[in-house]
Design a protein around this ligand. Structure first.
Ligand code: SF4
Length: 345
């Protein structure tokens, strides 16, 4: 199968509501401890949450290229370095706790001063006080409908699973060329140097096959992530993406047709110097949101603001009820089984 082959009809999809994401990193850590806890995988975070505006993970990944041009030709981009991903570093625990130096020392990194890491520019954002702004953006492999990683692989080691559209790897075929990393414009595929193979989010497929939601979805304390099938007309993901059109892919211009979608962040109005409210302008520039989610973001925000206004007038809003998720299992679609009650092989 190539990235241009027919798209599986039963496509799994994620929807992250950015108005609910508090940047707590629970999804990142849940994924990390589940899949990347082995040694020498410090730089591999299949799920990352970054502050926007920001340089992202790996650093400046949006400038690295990849994906397809508007004529559908594969573009191979830059291969991120380990330093750009940013790994872990050691701290001087022993010196602080057992060195007998008291207040003469303090906790700090010991291995030469790291220059980047996952969520390095946390909460820096942009804008000037009192109109500074930022929001959080969780990212994982988009399990794209046109996966550039798959097209770039010279060994046909990457495939799109027909049953649910997950983009998976056959590690026995992978020869470690890292062309997939150049093809992926999101830079969401990593190289495990110890094993000599590329690795990326597998959608927690062993959990899905038991009816359990992926760790990033199930563990989110903010009820901020939905999962389900795009072709299931009753699912929250279908309604948010296809019916209400309030959930949008990141960087659609990279032409890989991602299946991770985002409800864009709403923003307060700007404050004038005298601290009065300027209702002509939002604090979060629409041009910035368009640079991430494309021009459809205007329509999505318009719909969300319209529904908020309805609710303020005391009228019902099915869209807001869906996003609030009063019953948390509504987030999980067909994957609401309790992992504690499953017999794992
Ligand atoms: Fe491949 Fe990157 Fe798309 Fe994931 S996000 S399917 S690694 S191109």
């Amino acid at each position: 199968m190539s990235g241009n082959d027919p798209i599986p009809p039963h496509q799994i999809a994620w929807v992250f509501d950015l108005n609910k994401c508090s940047g707590c990193q629970t999804c990142s850590v849940a994924c990390k401890v589940h899949w990347n806890a082995e040694s020498d995988t410090d730089a591999m975070w299949w799920c990352t949450v970054n502050t926007q505006p920001g340089r992202g993970t790996p650093r400046d990944y949006e400038e690295m290229g990849g994906g397809y041009d508007s004529a559908g030709n594969l573009r191979l981009g830059q291969l991120p370095t380990l330093e750009e991903f940013g790994g872990a570093w050691d701290f001087n625990w022993k010196e602080v706790y057992y060195g007998g130096k008291g207040r003469e020392t303090f906790l700090g990194p010991t291995n030469g001063g790291p220059s980047w890491g996952m969520n390095w520019d946390e909460d820096q954002g942009a804008g000037e006080y009192p109109n500074a702004y930022f929001f959080y953006l969780p990212r994982l492999c988009n399990h794209c409908s046109r996966p550039a990683c798959l097209d770039a692989c010279p060994e046909q080691a990457i495939y799109k699973r027909p049953s649910d559209g997950l983009v998976l790897r056959d590690e026995a075929r992978c020869e470690g060329h890292q062309q997939c990393m150049r093809g992926c414009p999101y830079k969401k595929i990593y190289f495990n140097a110890q094993r000599g193979v590329a690795q990326h989010c597998i959608g927690c497929f062993p959990r899905l096959e038991k009816g359990v939601a992926p760790a990033c979805v199930r563990q989110c304390p903010g009820r901020g992530v939905f999962i389900g099938f795009l072709d299931d007309a009753d699912s929250a993901v279908h309604r948010l993406v296809e019916d209400w059109r309030v959930a949008l892919p990141l960087h659609p211009e990279w032409n890989t047709r991602p299946n991770v979608f985002y409800v864009p962040p709403l923003s307060p109005f700007k404050l004038r110097e005298d601290r009065s409210v300027d209702e002509s302008e939002r604090r979060l520039p629409i041009s910035y949101l368009e640079s991430l989610f494309g021009t459809e973001v205007r329509g999505a925000l318009h719909t969300l603001e319209g529904e908020l206004a309805r609710r303020k007038r005391g009228e019902p809003s099915e869209l807001l009820d869906t996003l609030i998720a009063y019953e948390w299992k509504e987030l999980l679609g067909p994957f609401s089984a309790d992992p504690a009650e499953i017999a794992w092989d």
